[in-house]
Design a protein around this ligand. Structure first.
Ligand code: FAD
Length: 308
């Protein structure tokens, strides 16, 4: 079936794009492989989305989905496995063998956090283990916390938590960091942050909630116990963009590169939310995902106007 717009992924970015597109009377299809609402379904409490002092993630998801469906959007419950462009048309193929075509496309397929793969990580997820310091850091105010990682996001999380936690341990498996000198120095000069370099977090322990972690020094093989109430693994995200590779719009980390208007290098192809990278300053939050969803939809409307 042929559409004006195909949206891949019904998380906050895709659902917002759907609301704007439907209100502009675009013939739109949403393709979602799993539970509509995206990562909101995996979030216990959302305390930083304007309009709600606190709301359960799945409840916010339900409200966003209901609003998108209010405009009678077409919906396919499939996984997009292939995306191509031929003669000004985008063609997607799903895992169930369905083929859909459109004039424009918005990729809003999100990303998943890399896991440490250590004992206790799964057991204590949402009970002290969190993959989002900006989201959950406040819950651990005045307590000792650990950040794991050595890239920009780990340093950023450590600096963020240094204003909230009583103590921040930064655990990194190498001796040097993968980030700009300025942020590295800023973190190193922060008296709240203690560094454990060349070290691995090997186990997370506790009763109902996180109480301590075991770290191991890679040089001398010694083990050490640290008392912490939270662990924030910041070892990167894996964007869901494999199906876009034929278009060549992804960067080295698999993020889709976008401009201010959420457009990509391929005319008619837009992206929004966690799967898209605009610059280093972007934060991966619900507010930014919905903002980009709205911008992408408005850019789609302008693009289609020009094509008339
Ligand atoms: C534990 C945790 C807690 C968080 N808490 C907060 C918080 O309190 N506040 C906050 O602002 N942010 C929070 N975040 C971040 C927030 O959830 C994300 O930034 C936001 O959900 C991103 O929205 P998105 O639409 O880009 O992607 P997602 O929410 O990831 O949605 C993407 C959707 O695309 C679908 N999809 C992927 N690939 C395909 C495919 N090939 N075909 C079809 N469908 C596909 C997925 O199934 C998914 O439904 C949290 C994140 C985590 C992990």
């Amino acid at each position: 079936m042929d559409y004006d717009l195909l949206i891949i992924g019904a998380g906050p970015a895709g659902l917002t794009a759907a609301i704007y597109a439907q209100r502009a009377l675009l013939k739109t299809l949403m393709v979602e492989k799993s539970l509509a609402g995206g990562k909101l379904n995996k979030t216990a409490d959302v305390d930083n989305y304007p309009g709600f002092i606190t709301i359960k993630g799945p409840e916010l998801a339900e409200k966003m989905v209901a609003q998108a469906k209010y405009y009678k959007i077409d919906w396919n419950e499939g996984e997009v496995v292939k995306l191509t462009k031929k003669e000004n048309k985008f063609i997607i193929g799903t895992n169930e063998g369905n083929i859909f075509t459109s004039k424009v496309i918005i990729i809003a397929s999100g990303a998943i956090e890399n896991k440490l793969g250590v004992k206790g990580e799964k057991e204590f997820t949402n009970r002290g283990v969190s993959y989002c310091a900006i989201c959950d850091g406040w819950l651990f105010r005045g307590q000792a916390v650990a950040i794991v990682g050595g890239g920009y996001s780990a340093l950023e999380a450590a600096l963020y938590m240094s204003n909230i936690a009583s103590k921040v341990y930064l655990i990194h498996r190498r001796n040097s960091f993968r980030a700009e000198k300025e942020i590295v120095e800023h973190t190193q000069n922060n008296p709240q942050i203690t560094f454990f370099l060349n070290s691995l977090l090997t186990e997370i322990k506790g009763n109902r909630e996180v109480e301590k972690i075991i770290i191991s020094n890679r040089e001398n093989q010694t083990e050490q116990e640290l008392l912490v109430r939270a662990v924030f693994p910041c070892i990167g995200l894996l964007p869901f963009s494999n199906f876009t590779h034929e278009l060549g719009i992804h960067d080295q980390q698999n993020y889709i590169t976008i401009k201010d208007d959420c457009s990509t290098e391929v005319p008619g192809c837009f992206a929004a939310g966690d799967v898209a990278r605009i610059n280093e300053n972007k934060i991966k939050q619900i507010v930014t995902a919905v903002a980009e969803g709205a911008i992408a939809a408005q850019s789609v409307i302008k693009y289609l106007e020009k094509r008339k």
